[in-house]
Design a protein around this ligand. Structure first.
Ligand SMILES: *[C@@H]1O[C@H](CO)[C@@H](O)[C@H](O)[C@H]1NC(C)=O
Ligand SMILES: *[C@@H]1O[C@H](CO)[C@@H](O)[C@H](O)[C@H]1NC(C)=O
Ligand SMILES: *[C@@H]1O[C@H](CO)[C@@H](O)[C@H](O)[C@H]1NC(C)=O
Ligand SMILES: *[C@@H]1O[C@H](CO)[C@@H](O)[C@H](O)[C@H]1NC(C)=O
Ligand SMILES: *[C@@H]1O[C@H](CO)[C@@H](O)[C@H](O)[C@H]1NC(C)=O
Ligand SMILES: *[C@@H]1O[C@H](CO)[C@@H](O)[C@H](O)[C@H]1NC(C)=O
Ligand SMILES: *[C@@H]1O[C@H](CO)[C@@H](O)[C@H](O)[C@H]1NC(C)=O
Ligand SMILES: *[C@@H]1O[C@H](CO)[C@@H](O)[C@H](O)[C@H]1NC(C)=O
Ligand SMILES: CC(=O)N[C@H]1CO[C@H](CO)[C@@H](O)[C@@H]1O
Length: 632
C-alpha cells in the first residue's frame, strides 16, 4: 500500500497553520476536539456476529477438518469419502455409533484383497495443514489386531505432510475408541486429504466400521474440540468486545423442527446429531453452546446469546407459534439459561457440570429471536417478545434482554426499562453513508444493538464500501449513549462454498490464506481505539465527504476517527489542547474498488507518528480512506 504513494504526512502544513487560522481553514478541514465534558460511550461497541454460513463454522473456525465425518443427517451420503486399494465403502445402519449418530462407515475388504486398503476424506474442499501437532480421533468396530495408519497426503502429489501408525485391537462386538497424534509439516496449499489405511491381509474377507472420524490441528489456546488457530488469531487481533451467537437465520431454522436446538449441541460430540442448517448445508454442531462460551472466554468477548422465539423462516410451517402454544418453547429457553447460569445443584446446571463445566458461564445479554420484522414475524412479535421477556426477566432480572428489531410496528407499544432493540443494515456504500445520521433522529428512550451491518454489491469488501461502513460507524459512535453494540456480518467465508458476499474474513483451505479485507482493517482500527467518553468536536466544515468522531480514554488519551468518502485527498488539522504526539493509522486506496481477495491483497493500514504544534496535528487524509488519530 505504501508503494502506491500514500503520503498523508504533509510537512509544510504545520508551519502554515502558525500563520493564522483563516488561511488554514480555507485550505482544508479544521477540527477542534473539546477536552472537557462529553457523553459516556459504550465499551462494548464493536463485536462479532457469528452463525454457520459460508462454512464459517464447519470447514472454517471450528477446528475439526473432515467433512461428513459422522455421515450425519436424515439421508446421509458418502460426500468427501473415498477408498484406498481393493476395497469398497458404504453407509452402514446396522452398526450405529450412538443414538445421535445412528450409522457408521463400512469398509468392505474382499477375501482376496492384497496390499493396502482404507478410507480417505477430502475435508471441506481440502485440509489446511498448518505444521502443528494434529490430533485424530475415531471409533472402529470389527476384528482387527494390527496397525492403522492415519496420514495427511497431498492430493495429486502424494506428498505426506503427517503420518502415524496406530496399533489397534478391536473386536466385532463393539466400537473401540482410538486417539492419536500426528506431527505435521506445513502444506503449501489446501490440496490435502486424510487417509486411514491398513494392511489388507489383516482384514481380508471382513468389514471394519468407522464412526465419527475427527481431525484437529493444535487448536486456538489448545482447547479440546477447539478452534482453528489460523482464523481465531485473525479474529483475536480485532480486539472486539462481544460475540453474538448462534445466529441469525441459522438459529431461526427453515421450520419449527429444524430450529437451532441448544440441547442437541452439548455434551460429547458423538451425542450430537447435528442439524440441517439454514444456509444449504448440514451442521455437525461440534461447535455447540459450550464451544461458543469457551470462544468468548479465550478471546475476551462478552457473550450475547440469541434464543428461538417461536418464529422460523418459513412462516406457515407451524410458526409463528403464539398463545399457549409458546409455553414449551419458553420453558426450553429457561432450561437453556439454567444450563448456562444455574449452579451445579440445579437440574440443568448439573448436566453442564457433568459435561465438564462446573462453574456457570458469564452471560449478561440475551436476544429474543432474529429479524422478527421479516417474513411474517412482525404481527405476532409484540406478543412473543413480551411472553419471552416476562418469563426470562422474572427468572433472571439482571439479564439485558434485546428485541430482534427496532421497527416500532412489531414491538410492544412501550419497551420495558433497560431493554434494547436490534437494527440491521445491509446497504450499498452510498446507502451506508446516507445512514450517517440515522441515529441522530431515532427515539432516545431505548438503546440499540446494531447486530448486523455491512456493504453489499461485491464479492469482497471494496475500499469505497469500507469507507461507507466507517461513516455509518462514526454515526453510531457519535450516538454511543444510544448505540451500545455493533457487529459486522457475515464474519467468515470459505470461498469454495459461499451463500453470501461480501464477508469480513474470507479464507481458503490453504493454511496461509485468511484474508484481512479493507473492512476487517476498519473494524480493527475502530475496535482497538475505543474511548470511554465521546467528545464534542467543533468545526467550520460540514460532514461530507469527510466524517469524524472523537473520544477520550481516561484523562489524557484521545481518539479521532475519520473517514474520507471521496476521490480527493483532504488536508486535515486536528487540535486537541494539551496533546503532543499521536499515532496515525490510515487505510485507504485511491481506487474506490480496491479489494483484498484470496488472490491479491493490495491494501494494508499504514502507521506513522505525528508531533503536534501547540496541540494541533496536521496531515493529509487520502482519497477513499479511513483513519484513526490516537493522541496523548
Ligand atoms: C482430490 O481432489 C479432487 C478434486 O478436488 C477431489 O475430487 C478428490 O476427491 C480429491 N481426492 C481425495 C482422495 O480426497
Ligand atoms: C477452493 O477455492 C480456491 C480459491 O477460491 C481455489 O484455489 C481452490 O482450487 C478451490 N478448491 C477446490 C477443491 O475447489
Ligand atoms: C459400546 O461402546 C459404546 C461407545 O464407546 C459404549 O457406550 C457402550 O457401553 C459399549 N457397549 C458395550 C456392550 O460394551
Ligand atoms: C431437545 O429439546 C427439544 C425441545 O425443545 C426436544 O424436542 C428434543 O427431543 C431434545 N433433544 C434431545 C436429544 O433430548
Ligand atoms: C419511546 O417513547 C415514546 C414517547 O414516550 C413512545 O411513543 C415510543 O413508543 C417509545 N419507543 C419505544 C421504542 O419504546
Ligand atoms: C436526520 O435529521 C437530520 C436533521 O436533523 C436530517 O438532515 C437528516 O436527513 C435525517 N436523517 C435521516 C437518516 O433521517
Ligand atoms: C451528548 O448527548 C446529547 C443528547 O443526546 C447530545 O445532544 C450531545 O450532542 C451529545 N454530545 C456529544 C459530545 O456527543
Ligand atoms: C488549553 O489547556 C490549558 C491548560 O492545560 C489552558 O490553560 C488553556 O486555556 C487551554 N486552551 C484552550 C484553547 O482551551
Ligand atoms: C453457492 C454455493 O457455493 N453453494 C454451496 C453451499 O454449500 C453447499 C454445501 O456445502 C454446496 O453444495 C453449495 O454448492
Amino acid at each position: 500500500m505504501a508503494s502506491k504513494g500514500l503520503s498523508f504526512l504533509k510537512p509544510g502544513l504545520g508551519a502554515l497553520a502558525l500563520c493564522g487560522g483563516l488561511f488554514q481553514a480555507a485550505q482544508g478541514i479544521s477540527l477542534e476536539v473539546s477536552t472537557s465534558g462529553g457523553n459516556a460511550s459504550s465499551l462494548l461497541m464493536y463485536g462479532f456476529m457469528f452463525e454457520d454460513i459460508n462454512h464459517s463454522g464447519d470447514g472454517g473456525l471450528y477446528g475439526q477438518m473432515l467433512q461428513n465425518n459422522g455421515l450425519q443427517g436424515g439421508d446421509p451420503d458418502l460426500t468427501a469419502w473415498g477408498t484406498v486399494g481393493d476395497a469398497t465403502i458404504a453407509i452402514d445402519y446396522d452398526n450405529p455409533l450412538s443414538s445421535a449418530i445412528p450409522q457408521s462407515l463400512r469398509l468392505n475388504v474382499p477375501s482376496d484383497a492384497t496390499g493396502t486398503v482404507g478410507v480417505t476424506n477430502a475435508g471441506y474442499w481440502g485440509i489446511p495443514v498448518d505444521g502443528s501437532e494434529h490430533q485424530t480421533y475415531f471409533w472402529v468396530k470389527g476384528n482387527l489386531f494390527g496397525d492403522i495408519t492415519a496420514s495427511l497426503v497431498g492430493n495429486g502429489t502424494g506428498i505426506v505432510y503427517g503420518s502415524t501408525s496406530i496399533p489397534v485391537t478391536s473386536t466385532a462386538d463393539n466400537f473401540t475408541y482410538i486417539e492419536a497424534s500426528l506431527s505435521t509439516t506445513k502444506a503449501p496449499d489446501g490440496d490435502v486429504f486424510y487417509e486411514l489405511s491398513l494392511d489388507a491381509s489383516a482384514v481380508a474377507g471382513s468389514s471394519l466400521y468407522f464412526g465419527l472420524v475427527q481431525l484437529f490441528p493444535t487448536t486456538y489456546k489448545s482447547r479440546y474440540n477447539g478452534l482453528q488457530p489460523r482464523i481465531a488469531n485473525v479474529l483475536e487481533a480485532v480486539e472486539a468486545s462481544f460475540l453474538r451467537f448462534p445466529g441469525g437465520n441459522n438459529m431461526e431454522g427453515e421450520s419449527l423442527d429444524n430450529r437451532w436446538k441448544w440441547n442437541e449441541t452439548i455434551g460429547d460430540v458423538q451425542d450430537r446429531p447435528g442439524r440441517m442448517g439454514t444456509w444449504t448445508y448440514y451442521n455437525t454442531d461440534g461447535l455447540g453452546l459450550a464451544e461458543y462460551f469457551y470462544w468468548c472466554e479465550d478471546m475476551g468477548l462478552t457473550p450475547l446469546l440469541a434464543v428461538w422465539d417461536g418464529f422460523a423462516l418459513e412462516s406457515g410451517a407451524g410458526t409463528p407459534v403464539t398463545g399457549d402454544a409458546l409455553a414449551p418453547y419458553i420453558e426450553d429457553v429457561l432450561n437453556e439459561l439454567e444450563y448456562i447460569l444455574g449452579d451445579s445443584s440445579t437440574t440443568y446446571g448439573a448436566i453442564r457440570a457433568a459435561n465438564g463445566q462446573t462453574d456457570p458461564w458469564d452471560l449478561t445479554m440475551v436476544e429474543i429471536g432474529n429479524e422478527d420484522m421479516l417474513g411474517g414475524g412482525c404481527d405476532t412479535y409484540a406478543e412473543r417478545f413480551t411472553a419471552f421477556y416476562d418469563a426470562i426477566h422474572a427468572a433472571y432480572p439482571d439479564l439485558t434482554l434485546i428485541a430482534s428489531t427496532n421497527e416500532q410496528s412489531c414491538l410492544p407499544s412501550s419497551m420495558p426499562d433497560g431493554s434494547m432493540v436490534d437494527y440491521h443494515d445491509y446497504n450499498s456504500p452510498d446507502g451506508l453513508v446516507s445512514q450517517f445520521n440515522y441515529f441522530d433522529n431515532v427515539s432516545r428512550n431505548v438503546t440499540y444493538l446494531v447486530g448486523e451491518y455491512a456493504q453489499t454489491g461485491s464479492d469482497y469488501p471494496i475500499m469505497q464500501g469500507s469507507v461507507g461502513e466507517a461513516v455509518f460507524m462514526i454515526g453510531m459512535e457519535r450516538n454511543s449513549d444510544l448505540i451500545k453494540m455493533a457487529s459486522y456480518a457475515p464474519l467468515l467465508q470459505l470461498t469454495n462454498s459461499t451463500q453470501w458476499t461480501p464477508n469480513l474474513i474470507p479464507f481458503t483451505q490453504s493454511p496461509n490464506v485468511v484474508i484481512e479485507t479493507t473492512s476487517y482493517y476498519v473494524q480493527q482500527m475502530f475496535a482497538s481505539n475505543l474511548g470511554d467518553t465521546v467528545k464534542e468536536v467543533n468545526s467550520d466544515s460540514a460532514f461530507g465527504p469527510v466524517y469524524w468522531v472523537a473520544s477520550s480514554a481516561g484523562d489524557s488519551s484521545y481518539f479521532v476517527k475519520l473517514a474520507n468518502y471521496g476521490s480527493d485527498a483532504q488536508d486535515l488539522s486536528v487540535t486537541i489542547n494539551g496533546t503532543t504526539t499521536a499515532k496515525l493509522t490510515v487505510v485507504g486506496d485511491d481506487d474506490a474498488n480496491a479489494a483484498n481477495t484470496v488472490d491479491e491483497t493490495p491494501v494494508a493500514p499504514v502507521e506513522s507518528t505525528l508531533t503536534a504544534s501547540d496541540g494541533t496535528f496536521t496531515f493529509i487524509l487520502p482519497a477513499w480512506s479511513v483513519a484513526v488519530l490516537a493522541a496523548s
